[in-house]
Design a protein around this ligand. Structure first.
Ligand SMILES: Cc1ncc(COP(=O)(O)O)c(C=O)c1O
Length: 409
């Protein structure tokens, strides 16, 4: 029997937060998202390697990795030293720093389709910039996106019907199902000459649903059509970037977009995103106006450069994919021993798990909650993330906890 965690300090802090912050904690981290109620902590005290400690002193193996940014392990010494060295010279200043040029050069060398790179803060900055460039380059307004695909919380991207979002925000967005070439043909026929861009992640990783890889030949067929219609192809690699292939996840699936967006794992947790593009879009990229108060901060750029170098040195995507496969094989076997089918979808470095059960998703939510209360932090609504810091010892502990949690429900 594993120790069951209590979260009294987290709960007390959340009550304080609610008085001064709408909803207490925004987004995914809100207690209302983490079900069943009471099985998750709300506030972290510190983090190192593949683990974090909450404000009650409970220790967790983290399979959410900050929802993606952590890839080398928290408090990675190489990244932290590079940031310290950079910010002791300059960080946010009145001018850009040389590290911005070094980082752009590195990305242009690393990613075969990239002829230039722009930097911002969040993933949504990069996807918004990509849409602006596509519209400016084509003189068209409409954008094809995938049903359930997520590209940030900008109004055009939010699910229709969400608070504060208007019908006009979605007027130019054409949603089609993933892997559906007939639907793509349909919107292309219906909106001849109106479509600026096709934006999609390299594989489909929606929340609360099994994830889906591209069908054989899907990306190649999509790109043939996009070329015929003069539509800009945008790869949203914000989530999968550097967990499949250092050269971009499009390389893993064998296609070449015109623009590609990165964020999350690019700097092991430091705030920076990147948009890279092909030469023929360089002048349009130069003509658009996009900036922000902290877009030139040099510390995150130094973090990104060494993070990418470390990932390359470790051949991290191969390693993380292998760790993911090993973890998942073990979990599937343990579930089977308990008489359950654990359904794994997506890529092993970012797997989406769902335990098939006659009670529906509630059983899987309970299982993830019970794992978390025993020190293995996983969520039920979102894909997990594996990092280069997850060790064999972490996997063994995870399997033990998973076994105990399954026995408990
Ligand atoms: C595929 C994808 N695109 C874009 C974004 C938006 O990134 P951010 O939240 O940093 O704006 C996310 C965030 O989860 C994402 O997963």
């Amino acid at each position: 029997m594993k120790k069951i965690y209590q979260y009294s300090q987290s709960r007390a802090l959340f009550e304080r937060a609610r008085r001064v912050i709408p909803n207490g904690i925004p987004g995914h981290f809100n207690p209302a998202v983490q079900k069943p109620a009471g099985t998750y902590p709300y506030f972290v005290a510190r983090a190192a390697g593949a683990r974090f400690w909450d404000v009650d002193g409970n220790q967790f193996i983290d399979y959410m990795c900050g929802y993606g940014p952590m890839i080398l392990g928290y408090d990675n010494p190489v990244v932290e030293e590079a940031v310290r060295a950079q910010v002791s010279r300059s960080d946010t200043c009145s001018l850009a720093s040389p590290i911005m040029v070094e980082l752009a050069e590195f990305l242009v060398d690393l990613i075969p389709m990239a002829d230039w790179a722009y930097f911002a803060k969040n993933g949504a900055d990069a996807t918004n910039m990509a849409i602006l460039i596509a519209r400016a380059a084509t003189g068209r307004r409409k954008v094809i996106a995938i049903e359930g695909g997520y590209h940030g919380s900008s109004p055009w991207m939010q699910a229709p019907g969400r608070t504060g979002i208007t019908a006009e925000d979605h007027a130019e967005i054409l949603r089609i199902p993933w892997n559906d070439l007939a639907a793509l043909h349909g919107v292309l026929d219906e909106h001849q000459g109106e479509i600026a861009a096709f934006i999609a992640s390299p594989y489909h990783h929606p929340v609360n649903q099994d994830n889906q890889l591209p069908a054989d030949g899907y990306w190649q067929a999509v790109h043939k059509l996009l070329k015929q219609h003069g539509i800009v192809s945008i790869c949203d690699d914000v989530r999968a970037g550097f967990r499949l292939d250092m050269r971009g996840s499009h390389e893993y699936f064998g296609y070449t977009p015109d623009l590609s967006c990165y964020c999350k794992a690019i700097a092991n947790g430091y705030p920076i995103s990147a948009l890279v593009g092909i030469d023929s879009l360089r002048d349009t990229a130069a003509a658009i106006f996009q900036t922000g108060s902290f877009w030139f901060s040099a510390g995150p750029m130094a973090a990104a450069l060494v993070c990418l170098q470390e990932l390359q040195r470790l051949d991290a995507p191969t390693r993380i994919l292998a760790t993911g496969r090993k973890l998942l094989d073990g979990l599937v076997n343990i579930a089977r021993e308990h008489g359950h089918e654990l359904i794994v979808s997506g890529m092993p470095s970012m797997p989406y798990l769902r335990l098939a059960h006659e009670d529906g998703i509630g059983f899987h939510q309970a299982l993830c909650g019970e794992c978390t209360r025993r020190g293995v932090f996983l969520t039920s609504h979102h894909n997990l993330f594996i990092s280069a810091a997850h060790s064999d010892a972490d996997l063994q502990l995870t399997w033990d906890v998973f076994d105990d949690a399954l026995a408990s429900i």
